[in-house]
Design a protein around this ligand. Structure first.
Ligand code: APR
Length: 313
């Protein structure tokens, strides 16, 4: 039986961390692609040299040539510029648009049956770009943001309550920007409402910190943005697809038809709860939101729409 093949475009902080995580789980063979061939080859070799110690049999190779990515099952796009202090994710729009567009053309050419997971910021606009440029069915193109934002929310709740992270299920929807929508009602600790454990005020503080969670890391690192938690979040999505987990998680996906009307976001990619399995986005789940949450959701959707309207697509 052939092994699965995963291509990671961008062998930077997120791409290389993801390659190591995927290799350790022996999920597939991995091709790291970077415009800088030495970075891709060097990081791939470094990871392989860890394999005798860590004991994994996956092969990781580095390249600058998309022909080496042919027939990938999953392609993850992390190529692009990360934020610097003082920059919003949206400041990256035009620079990263050109990169994601050219990468998407290569994916379409070499891996026409792949699932595509977009990580490059601004996330929702870049996911839309990949969808339009590849022309792939909407079930096969998605953006990783909600898993990360939800993980940050969960970690902060664990930190505040002193309860294990394993017990916390947090949920964040909306665009991957500072007006994302963390949901109180759908956030639980071992099935119990989070509001049983934290006051309104405590929760509001945590929600605010979650919204600026990416920025907090950028401020600390100064030379780049977060990569451990983003890589872990992508790992969860890749495994959900390859192992047909049918996992409910939040991801940026294309909203059209009835579900787009329901969310007031037709024709855009925005973070919503989905069921992720071997067909990709197998379902989009409707949520019952409070008036305040709908208001926040609409604001978040409008931010995404404004960016997408600027794209020369
Ligand atoms: N094709 C392939 N690789 C490219 C291209 C391209 N056209 N342009 C840039 N790259 C590579 C860079 O050479 C670099 O190695 O993408 C890599 C990006 O790595 P980092 O700068 O370390 O960025 P990272 O922290 O991994 O974030 C990547 O994800 O979260 C987002 O905002 C973040 O958009 C950024 C992306």
């Amino acid at each position: 039986m052939n092994r699965k093949k995963i291509t990671i475009v961008g062998a930077g902080n997120i791409g290389a961390t993801l390659a190591l995580l995927l290799a350790r789980r022996e999920t597939a063979d991995i091709t790291l692609v970077d415009i800088d061939e030495g970075i891709a080859k060097g990081k791939a070799l470094d990871i392989m040299e860890a394999s005798p110690i860590l004991g994994f049999n996956a092969h990781v190779t580095g390249t600058a040539d998309y022909a080496d990515t042919a027939n990938s099952d999953v392609v993850v796009i992390t190529a692009g510029f990360p934020r610097k202090p003082g920059m919003s994710r949206d400041d990256l729009l035009f620079k990263n648009f050109e990169i994601v567009k050219s990468v998407s053309e290569q994916i379409k050419k070499y891996s026409p049956d792949a699932f595509v997971i977009v990580v490059t910021n601004p996330l929702d606009a870049m996911t839309y770009t990949a969808l339009k440029v590849t022309g792939f069915p909407k079930e096969r193109v998605m953006g990783m943001a909600g898993v990360l934002d939800s993980a940050r929310f969960a970690y902060f709740i664990s930190e505040k309550t002193g309860i294990s992270v394993e017990n916390i299920k947090a949920f964040v929807i909306g665009g991957h920007g500072d007006d994302m929508v963390p949901l109180r009602k759908y956030t639980t600790i071992s099935g119990m409402p989070v509001t049983n454990f934290l006051s309104d005020e405590e929760l509001s503080e945590i929600i605010e910190r979650t919204r600026f969670g990416g920025g907090e890391i950028v401020q600390l690192l100064k030379t780049g943005s977060a990569f451990y938690a983003p890589a872990a979040s992508i790992l969860e999505m890749v495994i959900a697809i390859l192992w047909n987990k049918r996992k409910i998680l939040s991801a940026s996906v294309y909203l059209d038809g009835e579900i787009g009307e329901y969310y007031g976001a037709s024709g855009l990619c925005v973070g919503v709860p989905i069921v992720l399995g071997k067909e990709g986005v197998e379902e989009i789940i409707k949520l019952d939101l409070s008036d305040e949450e709908w208001q926040q959701w609409r604001k978040s959707v409008e931010s995404v729409r404004k960016l997408v309207e600027k794209l020369p697509l």
